[in-house]
Design a protein around this ligand. Structure first.
Ligand code: NDP
Length: 337
């Protein structure tokens, strides 16, 4: 197996010398294990946090060890009777989702794998629209932000994996206005023309606060925050009384070397009686069956547009990750092996 190790903790933006590509012998699967040849690896913004040696909701990557993350692949060998996380029997040739990414092949405990249905969606979709980022959009919007019919919704990183789905789920669930923000005209065009946003602000072309005021002149009821920083401050100004914020991510701060200042207008939360609520997708495992049922139906009916940006080959995984943090992706960023 060819695998990426973290060898040094990045300071600010990760650089090549923080990582090393290593060859490792895997051997044969032990009883209960399967050998998987990975076909797609996920790179995700939260992985930047795991590269720091800081207490957080997921343990830091260990130096000199292979990094982990979601991957899908094809089962090449099975030792004994192996059941996946749902109790389903795993066979050679099955496509499985599992947490041993950042490498070409992996030995995976059956209970850590999930056989996925490639007739419903392509294998890589289980890293995105049908996978963790899809569940994040669904849980964060419907449960954390408590979306209601008629809500005016704003989501940042609207051309990204989570954000593009938030906007579309909001529309399908009866939002009256769906506004997004994205960096650059190509992303804005895709989010409006393909993903059906009413308006998308190019935050690189004008200050987000001004753009949001123009895009949602009557204000917003819900903000789904992927970015933090200036975007959160703009949203607080545009939120209407009793507005709700699902705090999903703060990507504008992930490479920061100093703590970022908070929104200067946070006091508005008092007068407007705002709710700002953080969430983690893993706390909403109970929503998984409902999400999978609903998303599969939307995909079958052609009601959800989704995209991915792929970099090619294991050697490109670090480059793909860095590109994700700086906006090189439209839709889900994946590594194709
Ligand atoms: P995306 O596909 O949205 O990719 C990240 C995007 O962030 C980039 O494409 C870029 O788009 C945008 N971006 C980067 N820097 C900035 C900046 N300074 N200001 C504004 N936008 C910026 O990634 P995901 O969909 O995987 O993740 C989106 C967010 O959701 C992240 O914050 C992530 O950490 C969070 N998340 C949280 C989870 C949870 O459980 N709470 C689970 C999964 C994800 P652009 O070109 O438009 O700038």
């Amino acid at each position: 197996s060819t695998q990426w190790h973290l060898v040094r903790r990045p300071h600010g933006e990760p650089v090549d010398a923080d990582f090393s590509l290593v060859e490792a012998e895997l051997g044969a699967p032990a009883p209960g294990q399967v050998l998987v040849r990975n076909t797609f690896l996920s790179v995700d913004p939260y992985m930047r946090g795991r590269m720091n040696d800081a207490k957080s909701y997921v343990a830091p990557f260990e130096l000199g060890q292979p990094m982990t993350g979601d991957a899908v692949g094809v089962v090449e060998a099975v030792e004994g009777d192996v059941a996946d996380a749902t109790g389903r029997s795993v066979q050679v040739g099955d496509t499985v989702l599992h947490p041993y990414g950042w490498r070409t092949r992996a030995l995976v405990e059956g209970r850590h794998a999930r056989v996925v249905d490639t007739s419903l969606a392509s294998p890589s979709a289980y890293l995105g629209v049908m996978g963790m980022t899809g569940r994040t959009a669904y849980a964060g919007l419907l449960r954390t932000a408590e979306l209601r019919e008629g809500d005016r919704v704003f989501v940042s990183a609207a051309a990204g994996a989570v954000g593009s789905l938030v906007g579309q789920i909001a529309r399908l669930k009866g939002a009256s206005l769906v506004v997004g923000s994205a960096g650059g005209p190509e992303k804005v065009r895709w989010a409006v023309d393909e993903a059906g946003f009413d308006r998308v602000v190019d935050y690189k072309a004008q200050p987000i606060a001004q753009g949001l005021r123009e895009a949602a002149p009557d204000g917003i009821d819900v903000y789904f925050d992927n970015v933090g920083g200036d975007h959160l401050e703009a949203a607080i100004s545009s939120l209407r009384p009793q507005g709700r914020v699902a705090m999903c991510g703060a990507i504008s701060a992930y490479n920061a070397t100093e703590p970022a200042p908070g929104p200067r207008n946070l006091f508005q939360a008092i007068g407007k009686r705002l709710t700002l609520r953080g969430f983690l997708v893993n706390d909403h495992e109970d929503l998984r069956p409902e999400f999978e049922r609903e998303m599969a139906a939307w995909l079958a009916d052609g009601r959800i547009a989704w995209r991915e940006t792929a970099v090619e080959g294991i050697e490109s995984a670090v480059e793909g990750f860095r590109s994700l943090l700086s906006g090189g992706n439209t839709g889900k960023m994946v590594v194709r092996l």
